[in-house]
Design a binder for this molecule. Structure first.
Ligand SMILES: NC(=O)c1ccc[n+]([C@@H]2O[C@H](COP(=O)([O-])OP(=O)(O)OC[C@H]3O[C@@H](n4cnc5c(N)ncnc54)[C@H](OP(=O)(O)O)[C@@H]3O)[C@@H](O)[C@H]2O)c1
Ligand SMILES: Cc1cc2nc3c(=O)[nH]c(=O)nc-3n(C[C@H](O)[C@H](O)[C@H](O)COP(=O)(O)O)c2cc1C
Length: 488
């Protein structure tokens, strides 16, 4: 905080501004643009048509700047607007910088919780909350902490935004995560005081979760064959895994996948085929933004995760990485994860997650990081079902993906030839492979079967012309042997 504040202070001195000096102008703009939002008695302003939807724009604004932008967002989203009004309003004196005044004191003491006048009625009806605040010495004002601790945000999505004189959002948003730990926090954004309606619209449009508020995190959409991640990005629910595929095999398999309409590819540093994945993508006719690439960094890379991220970006050579995972727990995994968090803020990676993390590992790891993983990839097949782990992860708003769907090489004949699975396959006129993949999808598990056979690749995408009955799901569930096919 000291560093941000010092940079900010230097800028203010250079520009000859003070907090009080900028107030008048900001107050004017706040009033003229969003009259609705100025009423403090009625804190929630219903959208124009008096219809309500599931988005609330909640904001605190001491001098009107954040209020204006919150008004733009609420108007565009047709959302309700709630002003977080302090019981004791902030005077110009309270806001004056470095005077030891009220704002200074509050920001210097993380335990302070300024009281709020009024409250949000029916918070339970909102799925998504846009949370706006001004930056105060690099942080969100403490009244935002009061707000976050006043409600249960479990399962709700929070999208923070802030206004500032010059500072970026920094860690002001991620610092808030622990105050509503069970919410799905999206990456926040900072805006300048002269931000236009158009810029706010563009920002909201670019955030799929908000622009398509019907999409619920973690719920599979069997029409579009995608799932919304807690990061705000959509991911296909079926694709291909590239473990053990040589460079040429991998290139051909990814090419076959893209030709057959598949868009999800799983690779890793350890598979030594990231470059082939990238080459196949660049050589295809499919637009980059339609493709979703997962790669992983290996524990041997955790000592220099920044270099590992750069290496993956270079080898793939497809601009950005859609999702990067830590391949296994290991020494330095927290620091490696934090390096991925930084790469997210730099736009190099869209989403981040973990692989081979089970309940105990997650319990230990999650409190140590800022961005909730978007996905956890673990071994899952009919003989190793992880029935306790899957719901635990899903309840955290994290998508589950299964590796070794056919049991992995050396086990596929037994699994694909399993009597129960074969009988169900026959009943639907599909293959055993398709039954296993569909069983995963109906459990909410994303599938990435490995294959170097174009016919298999095509077949493995063809999962939506049949549905397993409850009884068939139960029959496959009963095959669980807790039989792990690899050590991790
Ligand atoms: N995170 C981790 O630690 C981890 C660990 C292991 C794997 N993974 C990921 O999970 C992916 C899947 O695992 P995997 O590839 O090792 O094993 P898998 O998907 O369980 O099995 C692959 C085997 O199944 C065969 N196969 C694929 N489709 C078939 C079909 N329709 N009919 C008959 N056989 C079919 C393949 O042969 P053909 O080539 O002949 O089709 C291949 O021999 C990996 O590729 C990797 O991306 C991650
Ligand atoms: C106490 C205080 C501290 C501030 N600290 C910062 C800061 O660290 N960096 C920055 O760029 N702006 C800082 N500002 C400026 C405000 O973030 C900026 O003017 C903001 O847009 C005000 O929003 P509001 O009008 O909604 O209150 C500070 C303002 C106040 C009053």
């Amino acid at each position: 905080m000291k560093k941000i504040a010092a940079v900010f202070m230097t800028l203010m001195i250079l520009l000859g501004l003070s907090a009080c000096g900028s107030n008048a102008k900001q107050k004017e703009s706040g009033k003229s643009i969003n009259n609705k939002a100025t009423t403090q008695e009625k804190e929630i302003v219903k959208n124009e048509d008096n219809e309500t939807n599931n988005i609330l724009v909640a904001y605190f604004s001491a001098t009107g700047t954040t209020k204006t932008l919150a008004g733009y967002a609420a108007e565009y989203l047709n959302a309700d607007l709630y002003e977080i009004v302090p019981k004791q309003p902030y005077t110009d004196e309270d806001l004056a910088y470095y005077t030891g005044g009220r704002a200074d004191k509050e920001q210097n003491d993380p335990s302070i919780r300024p009281a709020i006048s009024g409250s949000v009625e029916n918070m339970e009806k909102y799925d998504t909350i846009l949370l706006g605040y001004p930056i105060w010495y690099g942080q969100a004002p403490r009244i935002i902490s009061t707000f976050l601790e006043s409600y249960d945000f479990s399962g709700k999505t929070i999208l923070p935004f802030c206004t500032s004189h010059s500072s970026d959002i920094g860690s002001s948003d991620t610092d808030l995560h622990s105050l509503a730990a069970n919410a799905n926090w999206l990456k926040g954004k900072r805006f300048a005081s002269d931000t236009s309606k158009e810029i706010i619209k563009k920002w909201l449009d670019s955030n799929e979760l908000i622009s398509n508020a019907d999409s619920k995190v973690g719920v599979f959409d069997f029409k579009s064959h995608t799932v919304m991640l807690n990061s705000g990005y959509k991911m296909p629910i079926m694709g291909i895994g590239t473990y053990s595929l040589s460079d040429d095999e991998c290139y051909n398999s990814v090419t076959a996948l893209l030709k057959s309409g598949g868009r999800l590819i799983d690779t890793a540093y350890m598979y030594k085929n990231e470059a082939a994945v990238g080459r196949a993508i660049r050589d295809s006719d499919v637009k980059r933004e339609e493709i979703f690439v997962i790669t992983k960094i290996y524990p041997t890379q955790f000592s220099n995760p920044e270099a590992a991220i750069e290496e993956a970006l270079e080898k793939l050579d497809i601009g950005y990485i859609d999702l990067m995972l830590l391949h296994h727990p290991g020494d330095g995994d927290v620091e490696a994860y934090k390096a991925m968090e930084k790469a997210v803020s730099e736009g190099k990676i869209h989403s981040i997650g973990l692989s081979n993390w089970y309940v105990e590992e997650l319990k230990e790891f999650l409190p140590l990081i800022n961005i909730t993983p978007a996905l956890v990839q673990n071994e899952i097949h009919p003989y190793y079902q992880e029935n306790d782990v899957i719901p635990y992860i899903q309840n955290l708003g994290i998508v589950v993906q299964g590796w070794y769907p056919f049991g992995g090489r050396g086990h596929t004949a037994e699994l694909l030839g399993d009597k129960v699975i074969s009988k169900i396959a026959k009943a639907h006129s599909v293959s055993s492979a398709q039954v296993i993949l569909r069983w995963n999808l109906q459990k909410g598990v994303v599938v990435i079967p490995g294959s170097s056979n174009p016919n298999h690749i095509k077949e493995n995408l063809d999962l939506f012309g049949f549905e397993l009955t409850n009884d068939e799901m139960k029959q496959i569930n009963a095959l669980n042997r807790n039989e792990k096919h690899d050590w991790y």
